[in-house]
Design a protein around this ligand. Sequence first.
Ligand SMILES: [Zn+2]
Ligand SMILES: [Zn+2]
Length: 252
Amino acid sequence: MSTPEKRSHAVETHWEHAVTWGVLGLLCLLVGLFFVRYGYDWLGVNFTSLSFPFLAAGPLLLGYAGYRIWASRKEPVFTSQCPYCSTYIEFTSAPEEDFVCDSCNRRVPVQNGKVLEVTGVRCGYCGALNYMSDKTEVLICEQCDREIPLLNPITGEMRHAPRGFARVDDEGVYELLLVDVGREREAVITSLQHMLALNRNQVKDMLDNVPVTLLTGINRRKAEMLRAQLEASGASAEFAQIGTAASPGSQT
Ligand SMILES: [Zn+2]
Ligand SMILES: [Zn+2]
């Protein structure tokens, strides 16, 4: 396996060869004809026979040049799309390895012959937008060179976590649902008091109506954090996406 060859590059190589050998072929023919025309009487010696190899080689070289032009048209086309800038890139065979996009100069991740999707991740240190794919093991911020911890965009779990933080661009709006209070009722009450800024009686009333919606309109990060808190108190909670934050120009 090697870096996939871009079709434009392959075609260019063919043409370089075609031009080089074509020019040489023409020169051979000219030299051959020169000997034919003027070689018969140089200082009393006949040089005409010297024209034969040139006259033989010229058409061969021109033929080869022609073959390269023909071959350049016959190069197979495999088209891949850059996941960053959506530019189409043509290869002579399906890419098996990462390649660099001609248009945006980013490294395009490839796995099993397929271009991988990329997800935007904002650097938690400087806010710069970086990209990761399923293949990304370690992500270094393009802007500040610090390592960004990787969250799996689907499960929200940490894939690789250095010190610091980052967030996956997730425009979802979630609601948090208390499903079961569990056995440590007191701990859950205390936890909810802090979480919801309610007094003890208000929380107790809520717990009489389980399952109950605790919060709506929160982001995924917060939903995950609160669920983890509740589970630590022995309760079980769930969160569900209820919508998408209106934010022009972004996509999930
Ligand atoms: Zn690109
Ligand atoms: Zn950064």
